[in-house]
Design a protein around this ligand. Sequence first.
Ligand code: ADP
Length: 161
Amino acid sequence: MRRVAVYPGSFDPITNGHLDIIERTANIFDNVIVAVSNNPNKDHLFNRKERVEMIEEATSDYESIEVDAFDGLLIDYIKQQEAGIIVRGLRAVSDFEAEFQMASMNKKLDSDIETIFMMTKNKYVYLSSSIIREVSELGGCIEGLVPENVIPRLREEIGGE
Ligand code: ADP
């Protein structure tokens, strides 16, 4: 049986922390679907098409990685994709509570679907899309923290080095 994992998130924009989780997940499962959401509680810098494109460019070397957009309940999307596994990344302890709440709710909605957590690499513990947006806005260097293809996109969108 093909083992498919879904890695959901807003990826605004994708960082090297995300990419590391995607690549490590791809080493474990037959297929990984990076599923880009539209979070109504977040003010997105990039529209969803741009966020999807940036992930596609950054993962183009991997045949087993797919990028898609989804709306509505994650659990419904997972079933539609015949996946069964949700992957989330964990950084500092501060991620734990929200992730635990979400995983518990998803388990309640469908007990057949498992959420697994991948610990970030030490060097990405303090990396987030929001800090990347903030530093870019202030003209700071984000080299080595996001995939190469994301840098010109950020420059175009908000300026910066
Ligand atoms: P969401 O809005 O769903 O939190 P994000 O794009 O912020 O979307 O994050 C998607 C997933 O990636 C989450 O599980 C988050 O904890 C994880 N993540 C974000 N940044 C990193 C990082 N630097 N290292 C590992 N995981 C990360």
